[in-house]
Design a protein around this ligand. Sequence first.
Ligand code: ADP
Length: 352
Amino acid sequence: MSANQGIASEAAPAAGRRPEDVAGQQLESSVAVAERRQSAPCVISTRGLVKRYPPDTLAVDGLDLEVCGGEFFGLLGPNGAGKTTTIGMLTTRIIPTSGEAAVAGFDVRKHSVDVKRMIGLVTQDNTLDRRLTAWENLYYHGRYFGLSRPVARDEAERALRLVRLEDRARFFVDQLSGGMQQRLLIGRSLVHRPAVLFLDEPTAGIDPQGRLALWEILQGLHREGQTILLTTHYMEEAEELCERVAVMDHGRILAMGSPDELRRSVGAETVLNLQFEPVTHEVMAALEALPGVRGLESCSGGLRVYADGDHGLLPRVVQTILADGVTLRDVSVRTPTLETVFIKLTGRELRE
Ligand code: ADP
């Protein structure tokens, strides 16, 4: 298959565009998202995927994953969880130890060249050619993928528009900010119209403003029907962008679902973090007996209280603790986040 033929067949994801999203007006309900997943073909599929680095690091430990056309999927986990290795295997840069993986219908081991044609990849390395302008970086990427000169020209311009760098077309790479260079890397990965875009920690090291700009661009690509798999250790990023998230640690998926589903799985509407000492059995029993309290969990320097709601709960909790002659140092009240999910599953924080 030539790259040009690939482009024709890769138009499929765009055909799955949601008209209401193209209008940019409505958010899909989770039911609609689930229906779309069921009707969309599977773009990424793995079964029991394993990567072992010698001598004994099990970086990915039996991964089962399915990502459908048009989905925005996130792998969320702390450093060392196995996210980069997973992307490496799906993009043919890392050879799996065992198990199966297919991307756009092609086996990553048997048909690695086809997989490469069908994917866009942005790693944590800046691989832009500094001797070229923004436009030239995109144009030569298109030529490298076998596009004719006029098609490569059109696609370079389209990609510049997608990442909002039209006005920087003639700038050399070093004349662009870090955030713009990252956008250019994403633009370059889109020139050959990949069936799936892989982004490994796309906003690492980018300032907050640059991160927001990048989020908007990625949301725009998603609205256009682009299938995206990103890795991140920023839970806000996964919550903001992803329709589905797999929470990963030690090479395994601990939980998978929409951010809403995962938050609901915590089984509480409110989480109180209490820093106090000493944490005695008496205090714990008294807290557990309070109406609305669903459970307690030890954390460093105190306790975490899972509760149904926060109506009047905080004063009662504080009274209970102080009544027992305890020294209270700090209290925070939150609704569950993906961080809470991770803590509940592992007892650790994402960015420890
Ligand atoms: P993440 O992207 O989630 O930070 P990685 O996939 O980079 O995680 O790493 C997963 C585990 O595999 C870590 O323990 C890491 O040290 C190890 N690892 C990654 N690459 C190699 C390598 N080339 N050789 C040996 N161990 C590696």
